[in-house]
Design a protein around this ligand. Structure first.
Ligand code: GZL
Length: 337
């Protein structure tokens, strides 16, 4: 969830603009292309707002929690007509879904881009159709930044940095061989989590990444890649998995090899979903940096702010916690996902 101060800043802007009568609420498809988020949106307040959402897929516990949050927030009772699609982690399916939303004339398009590049053409089509686009969870790399109104999600570089700092300080006091289970190739979280870890560990000669390969953010992918790592690397000390699900797959592979995860081979991951936090509390994972999936309420706020003629920040970064094994035991009972 956004911090209270950030949410209040978003809403205050809208109120101020509306009060000054500066809101130019257009009916139909939203704002003039390229504005900084002063969308008129579906009906300028009051009418049902139609939103087309293209989700990456259902690849992980994080994604399931994210989907639930969005579907529970953009409800008819809350003034939305949500059209939702699952792209099964294929960019072509997301592009097809966005084109379908454009053809349907939705008021807003929101999506979590499976990879960073390849979006310029379809987002230009949305811009020409006067449909504002909101990025959730993952960012895009486009030439024209006006192709989307705002990005809301975590700072993945910082997540990788926090993992790297913990590994360097707690495990890197002696030479350690690290294997890395990367997320989906070309995705913002995979690129940034790798960069953050490298930045935080580059000055510690004890920390050596001996193998790095994508497990595509899935439990099965993490297990299969870890099996390969175990066969080709006799002395693995630490697994850095870009998400809990690949870390949980690595646990299966490590136990099948007759070793103790969390002890013989330490594991650090990112997300903080229930299964990951449970493994952390049980001592099979050593440290988790959270990545908050509960973006639904903030997405609803952003769209309503834009729809009432308000403006939103270009980049809205959500707050993430971090947990060691003792902290996981305390936090587990109250976790929402
Ligand atoms: C991060 C999100 C990532 C999660 C994975 O915001 O995009 O995708 O870390 C999920 O679990 O598959």
């Amino acid at each position: 969830m956004l911090s209270r101060s950030l949410r209040s800043r978003i809403l205050v802007t809208a109120t101020a603009v509306a009060a000054l009568g500066l809101a130019a609420c257009s009916s139909g498809g939203g704002t003039t292309p390229g504005s900084s988020g002063t969308a008129g949106g579906g009906g300028g307040g009051g009418d049902t707002i139609t939103v087309g959402f293209s989700q990456v897929g259902a690849e992980s516990g994080w994604r399931a929690a994210n989907t639930k949050s969005i579907q529970e927030s953009l409800t008819k009772e809350n003034g939305f007509d949500l059209k939702f699609s699952d792209a099964q982690q294929k960019q072509e399916n997301q592009i097809q879904a966005i084109r379908s939303y454009i053809a349907q004339g939705v008021d807003y398009i929101a999506f979590s881009p499976v990879v960073e590049t390849g979006w310029d053409a379809v987002l230009e089509e949305a811009k020409q159709a006067n449909i504002p686009v909101i990025l959730t969870d993952r960012a895009v790399d486009v030439a024209d930044e006006t192709l989307y109104q705002t990005f809301i999600g975590s700072d993945f570089v910082e997540e990788g940095r926090r993992i790297g700092q913990w590994v360097s300080e707690n495990l890197g006091t002696e030479p350690i061989n690290v294997v890395e289970l990367q997320g989906t190739t070309g995705s913002a979280p995979a690129i940034d989590r790798k960069a953050g870890f490298e930045e935080a560990t580059k000055d510690n000669p004890n920390v050596k990444v001996v193998a790095s390969q994508t497990g595509d953010f899935t439990r099965d992918g993490g297990k299969k890649v870890m099996e390969g790592f175990l066969q080709s690397n006799p002395d693995i000390d630490v697994v850095y998995a870009h998400n809990d699900d690949m870390g949980l797959g690595a646990i299966e592979a490590i136990e099948a090899a007759g070793k103790k995860p969390g002890e013989d081979i330490k594991i650090v991951t990112i997300d903080g979903v229930k299964d990951g936090m449970t493994a952390l509390a049980e001592g099979k994972i050593n440290y988790i940096v959270e990545c908050n999936p509960l973006l639904g309420p903030d997405l609803a706020d952003i769209i309503k702010t834009l729809d009432s003629g308000g403006t939103v920040e270009r980049r809205i970064v959500t707050e993430d916690g971090a947990f060691d094994q003792e902290q996981a035991k305390e936090a587990l009972p109250d976790r929402q996902y």
